[in-house]
Design a protein. Structure first.
Length: 138
């Protein structure tokens, strides 16, 4: 009878270990890691010819994409110093981006935008990643 109990305990332990090892969390919210960065923007006149101002801008929307997908996972707005942060991320691959006006067109109001993307990897559960500045035109 003791041998049967030992085998049952070993079997339960093996099932528990297999279950734990197969529970890989996907990229996205739910972890303890974070990413932060800043957005540096150049603001041009109505002809997109002359630079009016530049610097770290507040109120710029920054997006995050989880994994290798194309769907936006979340967004935040930059604070007064142009900084942003996404918290509570799992390990994995990510992209952050902000939209920039295509300055090859010379008249504002008929602007097309393009995404300025920064990719990074979170390899540790509690990692705090700092991404290079995102440079955009507004």
């Amino acid at each position: 009878m003791k041998e049967v109990r030992i085998y049952i305990h070993i079997l339960i332990l093996l099932v528990f270990i297999v279950c734990l090892s197969s529970c890989k969390k996907p990229e996205g919210p739910g972890g303890q890691a974070s990413v932060k960065g800043k957005v540096y923007a150049s603001d041009f006149d109505n002809t997109n010819t002359y630079l009016v101002s530049k610097g770290y801008f507040p109120g710029i929307k920054v997006y995050i994409i989880y994994g290798n997908g194309t769907e936006i996972g979340n967004s935040v707005v930059t604070s007064t110093d142009g900084s942003y942060e996404f918290k509570y991320l799992n390990k994995g691959h990510y992209k952050v981006f902000a939209n920039s006006i295509d300055t090859s067109r010379k008249v504002k109001g008929n602007d097309s935008e393009k995404a300025v993307i920064k990719e990074f990897e979170i390899k540790e559960a509690k990692k705090k990643v700092t991404v290079e500045d995102i440079f955009i035109n507004i």
